[in-house]
Design a protein around this ligand. Structure first.
Ligand code: F6P
Length: 378
């Protein structure tokens, strides 16, 4: 009789709601549909490198569907090719990918399911080139992974951001204030644009469109003149003023992408108060967006991704990331998407929707301007 197939699974990068739903789905599908064995590595690639793992059986994943975070732990510092080790007061970086591969082989695993974002997929591609059989599952609240229409985690973060904007709206109205709400999302504006539309933001500022402060202030003044004496601004943490630079909150030395953004809203509010003299307040939602129970949409998407990844493993169809294409679950080659970021383009229908709703995007005619630019290039 053929021996049972053995799967490894890990969660890498920043956590988000839905990670546990994927783990549960992987374990249940592997056991119920294929009688496979599953091993979970702790803290992302760190666990594979340091040989820290635990067996996952049905009862280990019972009751975790609605839990935020990840029962396996995660790390956004554990790149197997650039693994940070503290030496004295300094970090040195070692290539520990061969140790990771050896641990995988020693455990007799057939395939590794890596649940993560861009950093995890880039590391997974590197490990695949070394011979590891990998299947990826796209995760991130930023929704910026190439090759999938949506990542799990995004919808839950969007729901939290929208809820926060709704709550801040009432104070904006009562006190006639300008309220600036900053959301995460790194270099992509998906979370800002989507929550801004859902929360009825008057001004939405995203990294893809550097804003002009005069355009922003004119919109606020116009609203006041028309009797709407408050304004809601939703800004992505990676947004910049035209000609300005991203606001970096801290550098995390031992992380592959060391930059941590945050605080652009403080800069913006000071500018607005200076120009309009209107009271302007800031709320930075930060890590609040990564927590909490996943939405129904994310629970379903995470469950579908988990199931699909195990079906690919059973078919020995390796080197792919499962993906959402329209309403169907498909797959893309990890090598085709690793290292790429999916940002908002000027022909995005979401952007056009915001424009049709008379939302200020920080510049005059954001879509027309691009048309002219494109025409000039012809
Ligand atoms: O990628 C997810 C994310 O939450 C980004 O939106 C944010 O810029 C970053 O991670 C924050 O990372 P950390 O938790 O290391 O501060």
């Amino acid at each position: 009789m053929a021996s049972k197939m053995k799967l490894g699974v890990l969660t890498g990068g920043g956590d988000c709601p839905g990670l546990n739903a994927v783990i549960r789905s992987v374990v249940k599908t592997a056991i119920n549909d294929y009688d496979m064995e599953v091993v979970g590595f702790m803290d992302g690639y760190e666990g594979l490198i340091e040989n820290r793992y635990k067996k996952l059986r049905s009862h280990d994943v019972s009751g975790i569907l609605t839990l935020g975070g990840t029962i396996l732990g995660s790390s956004n510092r554990a790149d197997p090719f650039n693994f940070p080790i503290m030496q004295g007061n300094e970090y040195i970086y070692l290539d520990r990918s061969s140790e990771a591969l050896q641990n995988f082989e020693r455990l007799g695993l057939d395939v590794l399911i890596t649940i993560g974002g861009d950093g995890t997929m880039a590391a997974s591609q590197g490990m695949a080139e070394k011979g590891l059989k990998i299947i990826g599952v796209p995760k991130t609240i930023d929704n910026d992974l190439f090759g999938t229409d949506q990542t799990f985690g995004f919808d839950s973060a969007l729901a939290s951001a929208t809820d926060a904007i709704d709550k801040i709206h009432t104070t904006a109205q009562s006190h006639h204030r300008v309220m600036v709400i900053e959301v995460m999302g790194r270099y992509a504006g998906w979370l800002a644009l989507a929550s801004g539309i859902a929360g009825g933001g008057d001004i939405i500022l995203i990294p893809e469109i550097p804003y002009q402060i005069d355009v922003v202030c004119d919109k606020i003044k116009d609203r006041n003149v028309s009797g709407k004496n408050f304004s809601i601004i939703v800004i992505g943490e990676g947004a910049t003023a035209e000609g300005g630079e991203m606001v970096v909150k801290r550098m995390v030395k031992n992380s592959p992408d060391q930059v941590r953004l945050g605080g652009v809203s403080n800069q913006l509010s000071a500018q607005i108060e200076g120009i309009t003299t209107l009271e302007t307040r800031v709320t930075i939602l930060g890590h609040l967006l990564r927590g909490g129970t996943p939405t129904a949409f994310d629970r379903i998407l995470a469950s579908r991704f988990g199931t699909a990844s195990v079906h690919l493993a059973a078919k020995e169809d390796y080197g792919h990331m499962v993906a959402l294409h329209g309403s169907e679950i498909g797959k893309v080659k990890i090598k085709d998407i690793a290292g790429k970021t999916r940002i908002i383009t000027r022909d995005s229908s979401l952007l056009k929707t915001a424009v049709s709703l008379d939302t200020c995007l920080g510049i005059e005619n954001p879509i027309e301007e691009k048309k002219e630019e494109l025409a000039a290039q012809d």
